[in-house]
Design a protein around this ligand. Structure first.
Ligand SMILES: Cc1ncc(COP(=O)(O)O)c(C=O)c1O
Length: 460
């Protein structure tokens, strides 16, 4: 047992990468060994076996290939679809767009069933599309990381098997594997792809289906050899990462809490975060709780507030969350990741830390917002409405940095306000009568603030 502990750091609760345990980090620091060394081969082989356990499959062939989650799309596009063949993408957000784009680059004819913002693709539309055309694959994002919407993998696979059994079902599980239940065999999923910095690595089936394998033709004997305990080479695997991966998979499949308990812990943590969000009067992007991810939550900022008001306040409390990503609402929301060790090791108290930081930060941001609103109301000449550079004509406050405490300004400051930074600093013209000593925060506030007539317009 190692005594290694990682350096103190801010809590990373974005929807990937996520916090890792000391043991996983330490495993990554393994001394260099060859990828064909006798000691390393079973480490790789065990990863393959444990991946099957996590996805509840005895038949799928896991492929562990170095690269980020995006490589999974490339693997699917290059191995499963010939140029000119049809692919159906269930698009529930940013990652649906990107998967479609990737398939098109490889020459697939891509049709999409778009989900309304914050919802999943309608199964009746999926069925209609499958009846209208022969599709080689159907791909969907299990949890769309841009919105926190969770698709029903089982129900999607069921529709495909009923309506178009020859179509391969591809699940992008980059943001879901090991935090959401995925039963590959029982549900009839043909391919599940994922990424190590979220939870795991790349896994898929496809070989039993007589599809053209291209690079999988090369990879297949390598995976089979490692599993049998024999050395083999096609491309060098990232040996140290495989050690870390092995440790992570071992924790998930062989130690406490069990995989089933992990899913339950993710559901519980998710509920706590989502209840807090509701308590604070905030709305989630996911409109239907049945389709809200258990490993992350996407939340609209309070009316009139934006990333600059909330995220730095969370960071000040050592909690790092992610901003918005979906093109339709990027500036209007933020994302909290609650997966992996943050959820499964309650002793760390990570979820408590997030909840406390969230409550305090939102309260502080709102209090500061009141100061700004009052200032706009009582000193309209000093703080006139101004179009925001980022949002153009739609004046909003989301770009405004936190306001300073000092609000004791007198009327002549109108001159300074017009002159922005420089007038505050120089105290020129009539400016002698103006301010005490405005802080840098204040000057920058005046420079950037975009106070709108209707303070809450545009922020749900
Ligand atoms: C659902 C989903 N698919 C694919 C990707 C791409 O993964 P990567 O950024 O590791 O290439 C991401 C990244 O966040 C994702 O969330």
């Amino acid at each position: 047992m190692s005594t290694f502990t990682q350096a103190p750091h801010k809590l990373l609760v974005i929807p990937g990468p996520i916090e890792v345990t000391d043991e996983v980090l330490y495993a990554n620091a393994h001394p260099s060994v060859s990828h064909t060394a006798p000691d390393f081969i079973p480490v790789f082989g065990d990863c393959i076996r444990m991946l099957r356990d996590i996805l509840y499959t005895t038949t799928a062939q896991p492929f562990i290939i170095s690269g980020s989650g995006t490589l999974g799309w490339d693997q699917v596009a290059s191995n499963l679809v010939e140029p000119g063949e049809n692919a159906l993408v269930l698009n529930s957000g940013y990652f649906g767009d990107s998967f479609s784009e990737c398939l098109r680059i490889y020459g697939a004819n891509v049709d999409e069933v778009h989900a309304a913002f914050g919802t999943v693709a309608s199964l009746s539309l999926v069925e209609k599309a499958l009846k209208s055309r022969k599709y080689k694959i159907l791909a969907f994002t299990h949890v769309d990381t841009s919105t926190g919407v969770l698709s029903d993998a089982k129900a999607i696979a069921e529709v495909v098997q009923r309506v178009s059994p020859a179509t391969l079902v591809v699940c992008d599980g980059v943001c879901s594997v090991a935090s959401e239940e995925i039963r590959m065999d029982a549900w009839g999923l043909d391919v599940v792809l994922t990424a190590i910095r979220r939870q795991l690595s790349l896994s898929d089936e496809g070989c039993p289906r007589d599809v053209l394998l291209r690079s999988w033709k090369k990879w297949l004997p390598i995976m089979q050899a490692y599993e049998k305990g024999a050395p083999s080479y096609f491309a060098t695997p990232p040996v140290n990462l495989i050690y870390a991966f092995n440790e992570s998979l071992t924790q998930i499949t062989k130690r406490s809490p069990s995989l089933e308990e992990r899913f339950q812990l993710h559901r519980e943590a998710s509920k706590r975060i989502k209840d807090t969000v509701a308590e604070l009067g905030l709305k989630q992007l996911a409109l239907d709780p049945a389709h809200a991810a258990n490993g992350m939550t996407a939340v609209y900022f309070p009316a009139g507030l934006g990333a600059a008001d909330v995220l730095p306040r969370l960071a000040k409390r050592n909690v790092l969350v992610a901003g918005g990503l979906h093109k339709d609402a990027k500036e209007r929301y933020f994302r909290i990741g609650h997966m992996g060790v943050t959820v499964t090791d309650k002793q760390r108290g990570d979820i408590d830390t997030v909840i406390t930081a969230l409550k305090e930060s939102i309260a502080e941001a709102k209090a500061s917002q009141n100061v700004v609103e009052n200032r706009a109301r009582y000193y309209p000449a000093l703080f006139p409405p101004r179009a925001c550079d980022s949002h153009g004509a739609r004046q909003c406050m989301s770009c405004r940095p936190p306001s300073p405490a000092n609000t004791q300004y007198r009327a002549p400051v109108a001159v300074a306000a017009r002159r922005r930074d420089s007038a505050f600093r120089k105290r020129g013209d009539r400016g002698e009568r103006t301010l005490a000593t405005p802080s840098d925060a204040m000057t920058s506030h005046v420079q950037h603030s975009c106070i709108m007539d209707n303070l809450i317009q545009g922020h749900s």
